[in-house]
Design a protein around this ligand. Structure first.
Ligand code: NPG
Length: 369
């Protein structure tokens, strides 16, 4: 049991080494909330995957900050003894807001595991000590720039390349990458930019032997995803549509997808992510670990999750240098075989550098009982 004495919230900002463009916007900087919970014995870290604007989901940094400060942290600080496993039901009085909840739940879980000397990977039942890395390539200014980036990433050793697509920046670009690289594991991610009327785009993409087409349609439209999936050879993967294990169960029952991207922050934290993994494993649906440009704290968390048995496809778990010149933790490195080591220390197994953390902190608030 753990008693939380303080929740130390920071908003940090780190420049990205190259802008990242998706169908919903462009980022040049990673700005996120970090929570450090302090318990009687130890501490734990949680990284919030919300962004500056409510574009990927309805959550955003300033909103998540308020939800944590006004609702989640006070409930946690009032509780005498808690386990991370108690928090999803303790936080049920707050509807939605999975990213804010994940930040606090993951931080308490990290503290609990540090106190017990257990690594997050072994707590989650990981069955390997290295995971295969994929890379997500943002929308580039030209097809030439895209081909250049893809060949650099392939030389780095990545095991799978995912291309961001958007209307009119899709079939021709994917064809060019496929023709230049006939053998690679290739996928595309639309971030919900299309509608049911765009079926011709997906029929054309179906010819490129893709590993999957990720989140083609609106996140609430599972029926349309099922209709589309019935007409395609390529597997549809859902990301934004899956906010919980219940969503995963529904999507699979409807035939709306044949694979699932698990982002622990999008589903309310590591405990729910494990439940999504289990639902998919029971249904024979493979999963993989998504990424949201996390700092080393969120990256350590993702690597532990990605080592669970049903994570059978390479994830968006790239090394630190693909995002940041100076990560907050020791940088994560990828071996030339395209794999990365899963942290083995207690909890998430990493710690941010205090000076670097202070240098990139924009706002800080320490909440106590
Ligand atoms: O390497 O972490 C990464 C980026 C992977 O493409 C990626 N993430 O839609 O999945 C996504 C996208 C994303 C990034 C979404 C940031 C929201 C915020």
């Amino acid at each position: 049991m753990t008693r939380v004495r303080a929740v130390d919230l920071r908003l940090v900002g780190l420049p990205l080494v190259r802008p990242f463009r998706t169908s919903f916007g462009q980022s040049t900087e990673k700005a996120c909330i970090l929570a450090r919970v302090e318990t009687d014995e130890t501490w734990g870290w949680g990284e919030c995957v919300a962004d500056v604007e409510p574009d990927f989901s309805g959550e955003f940094n300033d909103g998540a900050w308020l939800v944590i400060r006004e609702f989640l942290a006070p409930a946690l600080l009032r509780a005498n003894d808690v386990r991370a496993e108690d928090l999803p039901s303790m936080f049920a009085f707050v509807r939605g807001n999975p990213m804010a909840k994940a930040t606090v739940i993951d931080a308490v879980l990290d503290a609990q595991l540090r106190a017990g000397g257990t690594s997050l990977a072994s707590y989650l039942g990981a069955d390997r000590d290295r995971v295969a890395c994929g890379v997500s390539v943002g929308i580039t200014p030209s097809t030439e720039a895209l081909l250049d980036q893809v060949s650099t990433y392939l030389l780095d050793g990545y095991r799978r390349v995912k291309l961001k697509i958007a209307p009119a920046l899709d079939v021709d670009r994917v064809r060019a990458v496929r023709e230049a690289n006939p053998e690679i594991a290739l996928s595309v991610d639309a971030n919900a930019a299309y509608s049911a009327g765009d079926v011709e785009v997906f029929r054309a993409l179906d010819a490129f032997d893709l590993l999957m087409i990720e989140q083609p349609l609106h996140h609430e439209d599972l029926i349309e995803h099922a209709n589309l999936q019935r007409g395609l050879r390529t597997a549809i993967c859902l990301d934004e549509s899956i906010r919980s294990a219940a969503d995963a169960r529904t999507a699979i029952a409807l035939g709306a997808c044949r694979t699932v991207n698990i982002k622990q922050g999008r589903v309310g934290g590591l405990l729910e992510a494990r439940a999504v993994h289990d639902v998919c494993a029971d249904a024979g649906v493979p999963v993989w670990c998504g990424g949201m440009l996390e700092t080393g704290i969120g990256r350590a968390t993702n690597l532990a999750l990605a080592a669970m048995p049903n994570f059978t496809l390479p994830g968006d778990t790239s090394p630190s240098a693909r995002y940041f010149r100076d990560d907050l933790t020791e940088p994560f490195e990828m071996a030339s075989d395209g794999t990365m080591a899963v942290p083995t220390g207690p909890g998430i197994g990493v710690e941010p550098d205090v000076d670097r953390l202070d240098a990139c902190t924009r706002r800080r608030e320490v909440l106590t009982a």
